[in-house]
Design a protein. Structure first.
Length: 483
């Protein structure tokens, strides 16, 4: 029988009841794990009730030919091939709305019930217990490992995401297994200093603290001006930076590696802004983990070196193509795979530029330069500009940076809409380098405007139908139905 491995299985034709049961099963597993851990701390043994372990909830369904719903206009929430589909689920307190939406779309379009029960995938102890390994000596830690399930990297991979494997027994409903999601939820808190529950559906990324400072200032004023709204600005260590309902707290003395700031609005439709630091490694790291939250998009606001003599400092560059000299994703996404621009993102950024700088559509070319951005992993690429000159010419690149192609490639890989709007801060191959005094003046004049363009673009995208925003070009012919 197809779903014989599912324990305590129940069938549902109501998505809300199905997700309620997912929450019930997950919470029972978490409570059971907590109780077993506390028992272990006191008595150095585990209770009999835990000996078989605690497991992730599972949701599955079967699609026959007569249940198929083929509509080329849908990017997600639809299944085009008959068969069995299922996935493990986790953290319903974070994904409750997402699960309800995805299961509801499938039920409505295919007229099939879903089965919910316990999978045979155990929940690793660190994903439900906040204690750290430092609380145990080596002997105690070894004993702990013999009694509890710990994360197993053999079970945590992106093979399905990378389209390098299709499971034999049943096809996934979602891109990620529950264990992969839990790993990323922990890493997000580690890198950004904020629990995943604060992340919003629209994500801005930068590598300049000045943009973050301007964001804090602007959003704080916006919240103050809208006292009737239930909005908040949350920073690292869950510091409350702006709120109409709670007392404010200060940022921690020491910030995490990639601090995140969350302008929280209803239904998680606010903006999360992350200072990712410099380089493609950071860009890959943070988006590897943000991707499990299934945001509606991420956009990069950064600086670049202009490659055209006609460009002036402060000009905007809208990437519509990328040269991937970053190398951090070569093992996940071959370089021959094209990374297309997402039309909805491009249009939103163009409209935002015109709106913020006060120009009309006929003046777009004077306000923004569209073209290819070359992303390098060499912070001092200027020292090899002679060798790179030929690549610049062949690719027709108009700018160089260290993050944009990585963020776009990971967006493509994870089916998350992406975009890049950069600002020219120097032109090394034309002799215009970034001097300290000149850089400070540049930042003063451009950071405010550039940030507001990013925020305006997010406002435009927020008002767009998600089925339109999540472009079909990000999805293949054999995709999982969950967004």
């Amino acid at each position: 029988m197809t779903w014989s491995h599912i324990k305590q299985a129940k069938w549902f034709d109501n998505p809300d009841l199905a997700v309620d049961y997912v929450s019930q099963l997950y919470n029972e597993s978490v409570s059971k794990t907590h109780e077993a851990f506390e028992h272990f701390i006191k008595y150095n043994t585990i209770p009999k009730s835990y000996e078989e372990g605690c497991f992730y909830p599972f949701v599955g369904l079967t699609i026959a030919h007569e249940n198929l719903f083929v509509d080329p206009s849908f990017a997600y929430g639809v299944i085009s091939e008959p068969g069995n589909y299922g996935s493990t689920l986790t953290a319903p307190e974070i994904f409750d709305v997402y699960y309800r939406e995805q299961i509801s779309l499938i039920m409505a379009r295919h007229k099939v019930p879903v089965v919910v029960g316990y999978s045979n995938s155990p929940i690793p102890l660190p994903f439900v217990i906040e204690h750290t390994k430092s609380q145990f000596n080596l002997d105690e830690l070894s004993h702990l490992q013999s009694k509890f399930i710990l994360p197993d990297l053999k079970r945590i991979n992106d093979d399905y995401v990378n389209a390098t494997i299709v499971p034999d027994d049943y096809r996934p409903l979602s891109l990620f297994s529950a264990e992969r999601v839990d790993l990323s939820l922990q890493r997000l808190q580690h890198y950004t200093g904020t629990p995943p529950k604060h992340f919003q559906n629209f994500v801005l990324l930068t590598n300049y603290q000045r943009y973050i400072d301007e964001f804090i200032s602007h959003i704080s004023k916006l919240i103050e001006q809208n006292k009737e709204e239930d909005w908040e600005l949350i920073g690292p260590s869950e510091s409350v930076l702006a709120s109409n309902k709670r007392s404010l707290t200060t940022l921690p003395e020491h910030l995490p590696q990639m601090p995140a700031y969350h302008f929280k609005q209803g239904n998680r439709n606010g903006i999360t802004f992350v200072n990712i630091g410099v380089g493609p490694s950071n860009a890959k790291t943070i988006t590897d983990h943000i991707a499990v939250l299934r945001p509606h998009c991420w956009l990069m606001l950064g600086h670049c070196a202009g490659l055209r003599a006609s460009q002036a400092l402060g000009d905007y560059v809208l990437a519509d193509g990328y040269v991937r000299e970053d190398h951090v994703l070569d093992g996940d996404l071959p370089n021959w795979v094209p990374i297309p621009p997402i039309a909805e993102i491009q249009q939103a950024l163009q409209k935002a530029v015109l709106h913020v700088i006060g120009k009309h559509e006929g003046e777009l070319k004077s306000a923004i330069r569209t073209g290819t951005v070359l992303t390098t992993d060499n912070r001092n690429w200027e020292l090899q500009s002679t060798a790179l000159y030929e690549r610049f010419r062949q690719s027709r690149a108009i700018a160089v940076d260290m993050e944009s192609a990585t963020l776009a490639a990971n967006g493509f890989r994870f089916r998350v809409p992406y975009g890049t709007l950069l600002c020219v801060s120097d032109k090394p191959i034309h002799g215009v380098i970034k001097l300290h005094a000149m850089a400070n003046e540049f930042y003063k004049s451009r950071v405010h405007q550039h940030l507001h363009i990013g925020i305006e673009a997010m406002h435009i995208l927020k008002n767009m139908d998600p089925q339109r925003l999540h472009s079909r070009k990000l999805r293949g012919f054999d995709e999982c139905p969950f967004r």
